[in-house]
Design a binder for this molecule. Structure first.
Ligand SMILES: Nc1nc2c(ncn2[C@@H]2O[C@H](COP(=O)(O)OP(=O)(O)O)[C@@H](O)[C@H]2O)c(=O)[nH]1
Ligand SMILES: [Mg+2]
Length: 355
């Protein structure tokens, strides 16, 4: 499972700098084979101290983290929904990602041309939202036509329901609002996912600048709306990249916030991590929240899903505190779970299968 986060924003807000900072950091750490799939896609590992602690405990030869991919998407211009600039290409790129990282410019720097009339992250956000909402509106209008046609010949309950939903979201999109900010029932959510809408993707907002560049009112606005945000001075991050902890202290540069950003993006995707550990390796694996034990098996090895028999499960911290599997077993902390078990974040799992 490869998860993609699209870096989205106006030109000259720091998207490519962020992309470089994130991927360069990975090269510097280099305990995971870094790869650039193409110049705009970089794979990064998700930092996870559970992997480190368990690997230390078990003396694992390898430690393997989960990964996500960041995509540096070309800058958006107003009118993208009508094909302005790289409009269509841009919006098509967003359609392919699992979540969006909005980069909003908060820094003031006369040396860096600002394509917007002034520094105003909220207004920038609204214009980006509007472009995506308008594109979604086109998608929805096509769907409305299709459903209406279907209902002309035969009115089915499910089509009526869909038509109702479509009209509801049309109203939202027409106001330039994003669908992810609204609550939908489960059956509505299932339909919405099928439409692959741009504004129904989860998001994180990156305010590019110093703490001082972000006013209290602005923070309140983000908090009030439950918009997940993080303030990072991206230029400072890339300049400080490669410095040791001590050097950072000497130069009075704060700890890197990039790890935190990567973790937030991972969390926003609604994923959980389960772990496997032993002498060979300690490894973190990604699973959708709500998945069952055989799904976890399937992530490790395709055969493990169908041939799943049972799983030994223990919470990572309980294992860590017990020091060894033997001790954990003695304490009765290792449970045997069957096919219906819903995997939890932080479970250490050993699959028994007849593969
Ligand atoms: N002062 C300042 N300059 C920045 C910051 N982030 C990016 N820049 C500069 O802005 C210019 C455009 O950045 P870039 O990442 O290419 O923007 P993109 O068009 O969004 O990809 C570059 O010269 C960067 O060095 C920042 O946080 N502060
Ligand atoms: Mg760029």
């Amino acid at each position: 499972m490869s998860l993609h986060i699209g870096i989205v924003g106006f030109p000259n807000v720091g998207k490519s700098t962020l992309f470089k900072a994130i991927t360069k950091k990975q090269v510097d750490c280099a305990n995971y084979p870094f790869c650039t799939i193409d110049p705009n896609v970089g794979v990064v590992t998700v930092p996870d101290r559970r992997v480190d602690l368990l690997a230390d405990l078990m003396n694992s030869k390898k430690r393997i983290y989960t990964t996500i991919e960041f995509v540096d998407i070309a800058g958006l211009v107003e009118g993208a929904n009508k094909g302005e600039g790289l409009g269509n290409q841009f919006l098509a790129n967003i359609r392919e990602v699992d979540a969006i990282l909005y980069v909003l410019r908060c820094f003031n720097d006369n040396n860096v041309l600002n394509v917007r009339p002034k520094i105003d992250p909220i207004s920038d956000k609204e214009i980006l939202d509007m472009e995506m909402a308008l594109k979604d509106l086109m998608t929805i209008e096509k769907r409305i036509e299709t459903v209406n046609k279907k209902m002309k010949s035969l009115v089915k309950k499910e089509d009526e329901k869909e038509a109702e939903l479509l009209n509801k979201i049309k109203g939202i999109l027409e106001q330039g609002k994003v669908l992810i900010d609204y609550d939908f029932k489960e059956e509505e959510d299932n339909l919405l996912k099928q439409y692959q809408l741009l504004t129904y993707k989860k998001r994180v907002y990156l305010l590019n600048g110093n703490e001082e560049d972000v006013s209290l009112e602005m923070k309140k606005e983000f908090e009030k709306n439950n918009w997940e945000y993080i303030i990072i001075n991206i230029k400072e991050e890339i300049d400080a990249e490669g410095l040791s902890e001590e050097e950072r202290k000497e130069l009075q540069i704060k700890d890197s916030k990039l790890d935190y950003l990567i973790e937030e993006c991972y969390k926003v995707l609604g994923l959980i991590t389960f772990l496997t550990t032993g002498e060979d390796e300690t490894r973190a694996w990604t699973l959708k929240n709500g998945s069952l034990a055989p799904d976890a098996g399937g992530v490790i090895h395709t055969d493990f899903k169908d041939s799943f028999i049972k799983a030994d499960v223990i919470n990572w911290e309980e294992l860590y505190n017990s020091k060894t599997y033997g001790e954990a077993r003695l304490k009765g902390l290792i449970r045997t779970e069957g096919k219906e078990y819903v995997v939890k974040d932080g479970d250490v799992i050993e699959i028994k299968s007849n593969a």
